[in-house]
Ligand binder design. Structure first.
Ligand code: FNR
Length: 369
């Protein structure tokens, strides 16, 4: 069997030049766990166990869930945060554990904007009818956005003033500083799935007439300011990444040409990891099925300098499918989400199937399938 490319090391570039070495190209994408116990944004033993099991499940880069840069930016009151010292301290043993098992530790920094203050998406909440915005009696909070809109099917959000936008840019930079202190090797700015950054990017959701709305230049201003502010505080020897919705898949929405245009610009500011998801605003009219978002990753990869680390995500479930994506140069790596929840040892099993060495922890050396 030829050597697996999926399980060949890769160095993700950093601005300092030395790069972040990954033992393979299988990434755990951010996945909200809705498991913060005291509604205080502090990660718990669940986060340690969940992310830790992925580290010794063979993933090379384990990215922690959408972690809010400000309290009002949480999707739910059970989301993690990085806006205070207590949260920063609580992440430290988690990043240490991930790294001690040979994986790099990443975190997705996020602000949900108009999609904040919801119950979150656990089955038990759905079964109890707790869907959508948290009621005021149960502690719902004011939400903020680019332009108030009915698109989200949630309670109305408040339009951000220019001053609030600028304060928010500072929140992202402060959270990046805390992510560094907490021991993360990589941050991923969440610009996808209809959350706050995407609410500014998409012409469907941004109807502003000031310098943050209208033209492409104006709709991308908030993101550009975030990246510049974050790059100023995020260490040059760590990886700066972003997740885009490459397409709204809605007529007159944000599209792949827009994504490529801003991706090129952000590369210039030091972004080196690009993860390509899609949708989140408006009525989805796109494709689905195995690997349906891979062409978005390929389009971005083909437009950027070769050293960018571009990952594909979405219904990638089979080792051979993942191997094919990297061998054919459609992406540099793959993110495996729900398949990892079903099997935290997915990456090790894929290594076995592809004839590559496993990354079992020492304690599991007798493990067999
Ligand atoms: C997600 N997803 C997600 N995406 C993101 O950018 N930030 C997040 O915090 C979450 N949270 C989340 C929770 C859960 C339980 C799931 C299943 C998904 C989306 C996820 O990262 C991924 O893009 C999709 O799941 C598609 O990939 P798979 O699952 O088809 O491999």
């Amino acid at each position: 069997m030829p050597q697996s490319k999926l399980f060949t090391e890769i160095t993700v570039p950093t601005r300092s030049g030395e790069g972040l070495k990954l033992r393979n190209r299988v990434v755990l994408p951010p996945m909200c766990q809705y498991s913060v116990e005291k509604h205080d944004g502090v990660p718990t033993t669940w986060h340690l166990a969940h992310l830790g099991s992925m580290a010794h499940g063979g993933y090379s880069l384990v990215i922690a869930e959408a972690t809010a840069v400000a309290a009002e930016g949480r999707i739910s009151d059970r989301d993690t945060g990085l806006w205070n010292d207590e949260q920063t301290e609580a992440w430290k043993p988690i990043t240490k554990y991930i790294r001690s098992h040979g994986a790099a530790a990443g975190v997705q920094l996020a602000h949900a904007g108009a999609k904040a203050s919801t119950y979150g998406w656990l089955k038990e909440f759905e079964e109890a009818g707790k869907i959508g915005s948290i009621s005021d009696e149960e502690g719902g909070w004011e939400t903020f956005t680019s332009t108030p809109s009915e698109l989200y099917g949630l309670k109305p959000a408040t339009e951000m003033t220019v001053e609030q936008i600028q304060d928010s840019v500072q929140d992202w930079a402060d959270a990046a500083k805390r992510a560094d202190e907490a021991g993360f090797d990589l941050i991923q700015i969440h610009a996808a799935h209809g959350y706050l950054v995407h609410q500014f990017l998409s012409p469907l959701s941004n109807k502003r007439t000031d310098e943050y709305g209208g033209s492409f230049e104006n709709r991308t201003r908030y993101l550009r300011e975030i990246i510049k502010a974050v790059a100023a505080v995020w260490p040059e020897n760590k990886v700066l990444g972003i997740r885009f919705s490459g397409e709204d898949w809605v007529d007159d929405g944000w599209g792949i040409a827009d994504t490529i245009r801003i991706a090129k610009e952000l590369y210039g500011y030091g972004v080196r990891h690009f993860d390509l998801s899609s949708a989140g605003i408006g009525k989805f009219k796109g494709p689905s099925g195995p690997g349906y978002q891979v062409p978005l990753a390929q389009a971005v990869k083909d437009s950027l300098p070769q050293d960018a680390f571009v990952t594909a995500v979405g219904v990638i479930t089979e080792p051979v499918q993942a191997e094919h994506i990297v061998v054919t140069g459609q992406a540099d790596g793959v993110s495996i989400g729900r398949a990892a929840l079903g099997d935290p040892q997915w990456a090790n099993r894929a290594a076995k199937e592809l004839g590559a060495p496993l990354a079992f922890p020492a304690q599991y050396w007798r493990g067999r399938w």
